[in-house]
Write a protein that binds this ligand. Structure first.
Ligand code: GUN
Length: 286
């Protein structure tokens, strides 16, 4: 049986550290770290994610201020809100939940966030810093993926890492972080030919395709480490829905370690958001 990497436990440890450091920040600075969360429209999944982010902030002593805007909010109003939050000295982090409604140019909105308050790490300045290995705020899910990997991998040098998916939110930043650790990185995507032949050579597989049970047992070589970033809600024949990942985990007994879904990457994303908000708060005092 492959070792299951416990994302809930690792996330709880990060949250505990953030709580202690947020309290120290409050004592030193006279205010708690502050996160603004902007939700435009009422996408049901986004509502759930935003609700979780806010309740976790509360638990660790980060002030979170939610800005809920209707789906038809004009672009100019959204930009004006970002500008206000950029100038607000009580706000250390700004998070605009994606996806945004169709009429909103997400690129323009994300570019407007001050890079030092960009706790999602999506601003081009932070993307550039990540790709040049020069600091900055790192996107939360990739940071979570690397923390999960670090719990079982000591030395990445020379390992073959295969990333499935080339999204800006996960695939590309994870590949940069793996490169930084001197793994040999292959990024694959929907047009990749013979993906199983590529994953079979991998010591590390990060599956972020959003395709339920894409990665089968025979895709993975014995002893590999598999991180499953997928979260797809499927409705079962009994009418109940369940969350499944990108990997057929029940076929991966020969792997060295795998992350479960749920309970793997998901909790880490929120814990890393808390850590990024604390980092932004501290950096604002430097
Ligand atoms: N939507 C899906 N993932 C994310 C994320 O990491 N950050 C934001 N802001 N929106 C998302």
């Amino acid at each position: 049986m492959a070792h299951l990497i416990d994302g809930k436990a690792l996330a709880a440890a990060i949250s505990e550290r953030v709580a202690a450091e947020a309290a120290a920040f409050r004592n030193a600075v006279g205010r708690a770290p502050g996160l603004a969360v902007v939700l435009v429209g009422n996408d049901p999944a986004s509502e759930v994610y935003v609700g979780r982010k806010i309740s976790q902030c509360r638990k660790v002593g980060i002030i979170s201020i939610e800005h809920r805007l209707s789906a038809d909010t004009p672009m100019a109003d959204l930009i004006a809100l970002i500008d206000r939050l950029n100038d607000d000295t009580g706000i250390d982090g700004i998070l605009v939940q994606l996806p945004l409604p169709g009429h909103v140019d997400a690129g323009l909105v994300l570019d407007r966030i001050r890079p030092d308050k960009d706790v999602d790490g999506f601003h081009p300045v932070n993307v550039g810093r990540l790709s040049t290995g020069t600091g900055g705020l790192v996107p939360c899910t990739p940071l979570g993926v690397m923390t999960l990997l670090d719990s079982v991998v000591d030395d990445y040098r020379g390992l073959n890492a295969v990333v499935i998916g080339k999204s800006n939110i996960v695939g590309k930043p994870v590949s940069m972080l793996l490169l930084e650790r001197e793994a040999t990185v292959t990024v694959t995507h929907i047009e990749t030919v013979d993906l199983p032949a590529i994953t079979r050579r991998a010591d590390i597989v990060v599956a972020a395709a959003g395709a339920p049970h894409l990665v089968r047992g025979h895709w993975i070589r014995p002893g590999a480490v598999v991180i499953d970033v997928g979260i797809t809600r499927l409705s079962g024949e009994d009418g109940k829905s369940r969350i499944v990942g990108d990997c057929a985990t029940h076929e991966l007994d020969h792997a060295r370690a795998v992350t479960p879904v749920p309970g793997g990457v998901g909790p880490m994303t929120i814990a890393c958001l808390l850590a990024n908000t604390l980092q932004a708060a501290r950096d604002s005092q430097a």
